[in-house]
Design a protein around this ligand. Sequence first.
Ligand code: ATP
Ligand code: MG
Length: 765
Amino acid sequence: MAARPQPYLDDLNPAQRQAVETLDGPVLMLAGAGTGKTKALTTRIVHLLNTGRARPNEILAVTFTNKAAREMKERVGRLLGQTVEGMPWLGTFHSICVKLLRRHAELVGLKSNFTILDTDDQLRLLKQLVQAAGIDDKRWPARQLSGIIDGWKNRAITPDRVPAADAGAFNHQGPQLYAQYQARLKELNAVDFGDLLLHVVTIFQAHPDVLEQYQRWFRYILVDEYQDTNVAQYLWLRLLASRHKNICCVGDDDQSIYGWRGAEVGNILRFEKDFEGAHVVRLEQNYRSTPHILAAASGVIAGNQGRLGKTLWTDAQEGEKVRLIGHWDGEEEARWIGEEIESMQGGTRGMRGMSLDDMAILVRASHQMRAFEDRFLTIGLPYRVIGGPRFYERMEIRDAMAYFRVVVSPDDDLAFERIVNTPKRGLGDKAQQTIQTVARANGVSLVEGARLAVEQGMIKGKGGSELGQLVRDLDRWGRMAEDTDHAELAGIVLDESGYTTMWQNDKTPEAPGRLENLKELVKALEEFDNLQGFLEHVSLIMDNDKGGDGEKVSIMTLHAAKGLEFPAVFLPGWEDGLFPSQRSMDESGLKGLEEERRLAYVGITRAEEVCTISFAANRRVFGQWQSALPSRFIDELPEEHVEVLTPPGLYGGGYGAAGMASPAAQMMRGSDLHEKAAEANVYNSPGWRRLQARSQQRPVSQPSEARNTVIDATAVSSHALGERVFHQKFGYGAVVGIEGDKLEIDFDKAGTKKVVARFICAADD
Ligand code: ATP
Ligand code: MG
């Protein structure tokens, strides 16, 4: 066959080329972030296809997420200059194993149409088994058993091979319950996530003929993010590769961030032992980040012990130092980042204008997202949340809001429908129909319909009595609303309705996150004068937010950001207890803390041009202010690569009051941001200065009071039709409509928009 042109090789450096062109035998590409590992891996696929070494379906390529798999397919197509006809074996471990298992299900006693249980189902099943065994599930929760079983599956341990050292697990009943659980799954023709790999490995080990078929078939194997593979995945790869030995793995020990899910960074070290004569390629040139960003990341990761150690360099232009900024509290942090994103978009600070698609906010814990979402919705900044629903779209938030809506307006039938049987009150379809019918017949709201139905004894049994209770509770909460603090009332409603308890009793892995989100919701409420104002704010921002698929800022967790890159990255919440997490700090030994440090390394190395790290001196948790110390990782940033900024709205003395003693805190004093900020138009406008002046009137020593001063609805609802006003984002305009806390304004530049009154001030005050 005539040699085809290979222009794609010209884009590679010599080390990458070597990794791509060494097609025979095992190759390990061990290199730091942004050195082009994924690029080399993708090019290798192209090269295999282009040289006719393999057909698309003979290549097994494993990526970490489905998104990464899609992108890799696209890139291969682009480099090849043609669409790739099916690469059926390019995907995640899970997606590939589902395919394999469907083909051979009968070998492990399943039918090929088996169902895959989600974590909820898995827990429910385990709970039944724990109860049937007569074990006190308060002392020995099923959730714990599920963790133990997942751990065994990650290590490819079947029930008959549980090691003696683990015999005492789960009150000595772990191994036996594991066996029962697997038997039960088989009866149900079901598998859990861990089974997907475990069953395939079991089949390969017990049926050499099946294994051989795939060993022959997969002529070339490629694995990205190899540092995050667990033992079962490693065994699976080793079994499949042991014939052709054409396996190419790429990874970075410094980016191993899934130890908590059983990943074994040691797999990298074993590679050279297991695959004799492995060709090890080291890439050292980073193509992603500027020198300051790279040096800052290297400085932080240097704090870990037992690293393989790597050199990284870049010939990118100097660029900006990593920017560090401290804020009074989390809301201030979100506000500042919002402003900063807008000014970057405008191309201020001597930089090119950036698209919102170029910017990302990476958080340690998903509950941190709320403050940003709230702020961005308020100022109309489009964003997307990667790897989960947006805050106000989450189920628990919608449920809670529905409760608040019914308390504020008992006529809100949609909200009532949502909560009448959440948590379960024994009201089935029939009971709910009865309520509807009674309401319609009497021309009243559903709440009134429910009251009548209960009074007339139309709903019997437990459902009837619980419904009666709910109606009485709603009356009572409605009366309380008159003289109870609204945030406190919100907490009471969620507690007394049984809604919080419902999630506390829920043992699914998602439940703690949902409880965190509910706390976050109450926190958001505290910023408003009353429930009504808050509900209007949310309905308005959700309404404003229907804009299609234009450019958007990305918000995601650090874990979800693995392998990605953005010109500008914001890393908020660098406080001890949040990042590194409290759990990692409480642990004895350094393991947890080192994994957090790797996460910090992953975060910083996502940035190409601008990396901004921030922390808040105070976070409010359930109405209580807690002061926080800047993250220990901040102290590990090499000073010469960091520029310390001070936020515009910073009022003197605040940091001292918060008791910040760390060197990082000391660095916060002395600022040049005011000067920089002056370059940005928004800070220069008289309206902005007035808003700033107003925000600086708040008393420094009592932040909770301060909050109420800024968000003073009575002061701002006094706008009149025709009045000239100023808005932070949209500039000057005239009021053309007033509806409670919302104003319709005809902006000089931005056209007619609905905005929340508290973000407006009179143009001439
Ligand atoms: P991570 O460890 O974060 O997954 P990586 O090592 O996989 O990083 P890539 O994502 O492949 O790195 O590459 C980082 C950036 O550098 C990408 O934008 C890529 O296009 C670019 N790049 C890689 N190799 C080269 C090269 N030889 N010449 C120019 N740009 C390159
Ligand atoms: Mg990569």
